[in-house]
Design a protein around this ligand. Structure first.
Ligand code: PLP
Length: 394
């Protein structure tokens, strides 16, 4: 089988992850494509480009390889890679929205997304309306009626959401958005393309913070937009080129390398998180465990339908309130207290003061007794022992 065929949409996920965009280098046969750091490309006479590359902001072979891999894994025709998840979101909104447009987004959207939409793009005329995405009638009322003044341009959802782990029915939400003439954007960062493919469920655009599960090793910041529609893709590509928030070659390479093992890692993250979530339920001091793999989670059945596994993220609420959450956050040894998620190492986050500090005091504020766990690929027994010792301090 040629490398090209091995990476095609007909192959399984892990085959695509390893091979898509990763043709060996023809001159030497190097199995790993070389990194291209050059910012510019020699021309054979004015306008005589050897292989279409002209200047690094417009195109770079290492970035293109990643974009091909991302498109193949999300099942999209086009992917664009950016210097961060928020840069990807910003480019997408600039490409698709105009002053006067409105974005209806989940009321527990990532704080940085809300900050971008409300504080950066708001002053340029983009309105926003946070809603509970699990309440489809509420969403329908918020998006308005197609063709009328004030109908939403974008519906923006995270599922599972960050950090409340709410599950939204992507197919049903796509229908609601399309009925109103809006586009559905799914931030697929928490699930990763291994667990969930929103385009196949009817979404128009997928965004990622590739900093998280896709990179997977907490050593690179990046973002991506993946979509099918030619016309919309051209607009996103134009903003990527014209504004230039692209991922650099080294970042693109690290992301590609991480992405090759995504399937293996997500299986392990999901195994570990399931064990830890089940262990946390009913522990003294633990008030609530938010994990879609638990049968009593309100989104359990839906998650089982639209996701391959339940993922590596768990949120926990403590009966002892803020003080208890802070004690546990500052007492673990293996779970490192840090921003971000999705790496092979376990991380602990106190959202109301860390990742979601920017929405403090707004309707998107996160409960102060909540901790978010990004469960890594270490041995589950060691992670449980670590949490046990920290919770015993309550
Ligand atoms: C769900 C989600 N979307 C988007 C982002 C933003 O991505 P980045 O930090 O790469 O800009 C984050 C970052 O934490 C996130 O958790």
């Amino acid at each position: 089988m040629s490398e090209q065929n091995a990476g095609s949409q007909n192959s399984g996920f892990n085959t695509r992850a390893v091979h898509a965009g990763q043709e060996f280098e023809p001159r030497t046969g190097a199995v790993v494509p070389p990194l291209h750091f050059s910012s510019t490309y020699a021309q054979d006479g004015i306008g005589g480009l050897r292989s279409g590359y002209e200047y690094g902001r417009g195109g770079n072979p290492t970035r293109d390889a990643l974009q091909e891999q991302l498109a193949a894994l999300e099942g999209g025709a086009h992917a664009y890679s950016f210097g961060s998840g928020l840069a990807a979101e910003d480019a997408l909104i600039r490409a698709l929205c105009r002053p006067g447009d409105r974005i209806v987004l989940g009321n527990d959207a990532y704080g940085g997304t809300y900050r971008l939409i409300s504080r950066v793009l708001g002053p340029w005329g983009i309105a926003n309306q946070p809603v509970d995405m699990a309440d489809l009638d509420g969403v329908r009322a918020a998006v308005g009626t197609a063709g009328t003044d004030g109908a939403a341009r974008l519906v923006w959802v995270e599922t599972p959401s960050n950090p409340l782990m709410k599950i939204t029915d992507i197919a049903a939400l796509a229908e609601v958005a399309h009925d109103a003439g809006a586009l559905l954007v799914v931030d697929n960062t928490f699930a990763s393309p291994y667990l969930q493919n929103p385009l196949a469920l009817g979404a128009d655009v997928v965004v990622h913070s590739t900093t998280k599960y896709i990179g997977g090793h907490s050593d690179v910041v990046g973002g991506a937009v993946v979509l099918n529609d030619e016309e919309l893709a051209e607009k996103v590509g134009f903003v990527q080129f014209a504004v230039g928030a692209v991922s650099g070659p080294m970042d693109a390479f690290l992301t590609t390398r991480g992405l090759k093992t995504l399937g293996v890692r997500m299986e392990r993250h999901s195994d570990n998180a399931q064990k830890i979530a089940e262990w946390l339920v009913g522990r003294p001091g633990v008030e609530k465990v938010l994990y879609p793999g638990l049968p009593d989670h309100p989104g359990h059945e839906l998650a089982a339908k639209q996701m391959r596994r339940f993922g590596g993220m768990i949120s926990v609420q403590f009966a002892g309130g803020e003080a208890a959450a802070r004690t546990v956050a500052e007492s673990t040894r293996l779970f490192t207290l840090a921003e971000s998620l999705g790496g092979i190492e376990s991380l602990m986050n106190y959202p109301s003061e860390m990742t979601h500090a920017s929405v403090k005091g707004t309707e998107l504020a996160v409960p102060v007794n909540l901790l978010r766990l990004s469960v890594g690929i270490e041995d589950a027994a060691d992670l449980i022992a670590d949490l046990d010792a920290a919770i015993a301090r309550l």
